[in-house]
Design a protein around this ligand. Structure first.
Ligand code: ATP
Ligand code: FE
Length: 335
């Protein structure tokens, strides 16, 4: 059963085709335009989606070597995300499903980040229920208990900035281009992770907070640059490594707490920040340190992609969980 999936929640236009849990094609057009603004500009994102959506879907079909008449359903990201971006993918998916007279399937983007772990080639092994997932992306930081494919509980989440935002905003302070996460990751490999120490957020339970952390970096850098205008350039690798190490420590501490409190030792990771090499390594270390069994999806399925939307589409198709053509896109959409 070939299912086409459309992803357009933020600044990447994606289309993928799945058969069961096997990805046949997965195409992403990333929008370069936002780099010069140091962040995603919603209006520009929406326009770029309009430009990209038809060619991206076309390419997904071509790469899969199938005709649109062979599709059994269309899955799309209903939310959460930027309204103008969601509307482009949503409108396209609705019209396309109507013209082909096949079912429409709505997908929650955050559920999809998690369920990407079930794509055939995402992992060697698949998690069994229940498992925990640390979802870390540009807009979210959550510890989720997954009871079943469509029954998820948020055990903890950020009360302000997301982990990805912490990376990107720290990068901005260091004059790095947007998105800074991957650049910080790269520079960290040759830097000293314990050279600089930043204030750890004091927050109880399983929630996160990153805004105070970002401010502590800002004040520290301002102070140092006053004394030495070349401070950033001279210490960039150590700064990156120290910032990354602090963020990963914060994430790991809460994840360990969640595992201890629930007794669940199957731990998955999802979202764009899960592409980070230190977090992947630390999670893996948890296998020997804490007796965890970990699930770390391959890179292409961590940052925004349509393959993960297709995976959910396929699971919903099997249960005939279809969506009315009148469904409205939702900017805030809880899992
Ligand atoms: P959401 O899924 O919450 O709506 P989003 O879709 O914009 O947000 P993703 O595409 O999942 O977010 O992730 C993008 C984020 O991941 C950015 O903040 C980026 O800096 C970060 N990121 C990507 N690669 C890495 C990396 N190697 N290390 C750290 N952060 C990274
Ligand atoms: Fe995302």
């Amino acid at each position: 059963n070939y299912i086409l999936a459309i992803e357009s929640s933020c600044d990447d236009t994606g289309a993928a085709i799945i058969d069961g849990n096997k990805i046949i094609s997965n195409v992403v057009a990333s929008q370069k335009i936002h780099e010069i603004y140091g962040g995603v500009v919603p209006e520009l994102a929406s326009r770029a989606h309009q430009q990209n959506i038809v060619p991206v879907v076309d390419q997904a079909l071509k790469q899969a070597n199938i005709n649109k008449e062979e599709l059994k359903a269309i899955a799309y990201t209903r939310g959460p995300g930027l309204m103008g971006s969601l509307l482009v993918g949503g409108s396209f998916a609705k019209s396309f499903s109507q013209s082909l007279d096949i079912p429409l399937i709505e997908v929650n983007h955050m559920q999809a980040h998690i369920l990407a772990n079930f794509i055939e080639d995402a992992n060697d092994e698949k998690p069994t229920f229940p498992f925990l997932c640390l979802t870390v992306s540009g807009g979210h930081t959550q510890i989720v208990k997954i009871n079943n494919y469509f029954e998820m509980e948020i055990l903890g989440e950020t009360i302000d900035d997301a982990a990805g935002e912490a990376f990107d905003k720290a990068g901005k302070i260091l004059n790095l281009p947007y998105p800074a996460g991957p650049i910080i990751d790269k520079k960290s490999k040759i830097g000293n992770p314990t050279k600089f120490k930043f204030a750890k957020p004091k927050i109880e339970g399983l929630n996160f907070s990153f805004s105070g952390f970002k401010t502590s970096i800002l004040y520290f850098i301002q102070k140092e640059v006053k004394a030495n205008p070349n401070f950033i350039e001279e210490n960039i690798d150590d700064l990156c490594a120290s910032i990354q190490h602090s963020i990963v420590n914060i994430l790991m501490e809460k994840l360990k707490k969640a595992s201890d409190e629930t007794g669940i030792k199957q731990i998955a990771i999802a979202g764009g920040v899960s592409a980070n090499s230190e977090i992947r390594q630390r999670l893996k270390d948890g296998e020997t340190e804490f007796g965890w069994k970990t699930f770390i999806p391959k890179f292409a399925y961590t940052t925004d992609n349509a393959a993960m939307i297709a995976m959910v589409g396929s699971l919903k198709f099997d249960q005939e969980l279809f969506t009315e053509n009148t469904a409205k896109s939702v900017a805030k959409y809880h899992i």
